[in-house]
Ligand binder design. Structure first.
Ligand SMILES: [Zn+2]
Length: 378
């Protein structure tokens, strides 16, 4: 995600803080400022601790996703929560269900641990007393337990609301997917999510101490649900088309010894984002348009295409469907896939071919099918 700082790497997953996070610390410190600088520091420290719990929540999603073979490279913390970037979508409803539940489950465990530690050290009375005096008295040690327990219970409950793309919405979609086709399940879950978004706004308008974050969350849910519906539609359409139907054997190709100058001439006439590199009819790798431009800027036109080749291009069969192709492309270091029939390289599929296939498949559906006498078929 753009404009964020990398603060840690856990189990090979980078933890990033979005720049707007600084604002969160100020907002966290603000209500405690009535107790002076010490109070403000306490508020900021507690906000950090709560966001550490959010990071662990995202780590819960990430590790379960990884257990299902879905690569996760980054977790980014933003003012309205965390995002774990999954490089592929879950393959079955059960996978989606378990990945979604793992996050809130982490918060349930954390709440139990904090409550347990607080109870063992101080017994139940200070906990209730602290809940009573929270924000009305200067911060005390008991306030830490109370805040962490209530924050984690809140995070678990809030995230389990059935508002796609939040965790509860994903659980709902996964459960619906046991009965409906994926796109239908997503449409129903998105409808529920939009009702929830409207409720968040109503709550924000009506409740006296409603969080100022509610309208933002409502917006994220509203547009996020729409994006999920579009994504489900794209996946359905792509699943109807085979790689062999969109691959072009005439796409421009380079050799490792092609100069950057020659390659740039091809870029002038071809809109492709990735090009194949071949030698003696064998696929060597692929090269990205932006890498060619950058290499030509840095090394001049006399450099060679070989200097920017990417070798680990995902390989697909002509009979693979385009949703499989897309999922392989998303995991790969280059947004392209090589269509191979046995050892014969047929051509490259890039984002451009996927977009074209989508556009055409969408139109094809609207053209009524006719029989040999011109009568419309159902
Ligand atoms: Zn979550």
């Amino acid at each position: 995600m753009g404009s964020s700082w990398r603060v840690a790497t856990i189990a090979g997953i980078h933890l990033n803080l979005h720049v707007s996070f600084a604002l969160v610390l100020v907002l966290g410190a603000w209500p405690w400022l009535v107790f002076g600088a010490k109070g403000a520091l306490f508020g900021a420290a507690m906000t950090l601790a709560i966001f550490a719990c959010i990071a662990l929540h995202e780590l819960g999603h990430s590790l379960v996703a990884r257990a299902f073979g879905i690569p996760v490279t980054d977790i980014t913390l933003t003012p309205i929560g965390g995002v774990a970037v999954l490089k592929d979508r879950p393959k079955t409803p059960t996978q989606e269900l378990l990945i979604a539940v793992a996050g809130p489950l982490v918060n349930v465990v954390l709440a139990a641990v904090f409550a347990g530690v607080g109870l063992v050290i101080e017994g139940p009375e200070p906990l209730f007393a602290a809940a009573d005096t929270l924000m009305r008295e200067p911060p005390r040690a008991e306030h830490i337990w109370v805040l962490l327990v209530s924050a984690n219970v809140g995070l678990a409950v809030f995230n389990m609301l059935p508002a796609l793309p939040m965790d509860g919405g994903r659980v709902l979609r996964a459960v619906l997917s046991y009965v409906f086709a994926p796109e239908r399940a997503t449409r129903v879950a998105a409808g529920v999510a939009r009702v929830m978004a409207a409720l968040f706004i109503v709550l924000w308008l009506m409740a006296e101490h409603a969080s100022p974050m509610l309208p933002f969350i409502a917006m994220v849910v509203w547009f996020g649900a729409g994006a999920e519906v579009r994504e489900a539609k794209v996946n359905r359409v792509l699943a109807m088309i085979r790689a062999g139907d969109v691959v072009s054997p005439y796409g421009p190709r380079f050799e490792p010894g092609t100069t950057l100058g020659q390659a740039l001439k091809t870029l002038m006439v071809s809109p492709l984002p990735v090009f194949a590199i071949e030698q003696d009819g064998r696929l060597v790798g692929a090269v990205r348009r932006e890498d060619l431009l950058e290499a030509a800027r840095a090394n001049g036109a006399w450099g060679y295409v070989a200097s920017v080749v990417i070798r680990d291009v995902p390989v697909i069969d002509p009979f693979d469907t385009l949703d499989e192709v897309r999922s392989k492309m998303q995991r790969a270091s280059v947004r392209a896939a090589a269509v191979m029939r046995g050892s014969i390289f047929l051509g490259l599929i890039t984002e451009l071919e996927l977009a074209q296939a989508m556009e055409v498949a969408d139109r094809l559906k609207q053209v009524p099918r006719r029989d040999s006498l011109g009568r419309e078929l159902p």
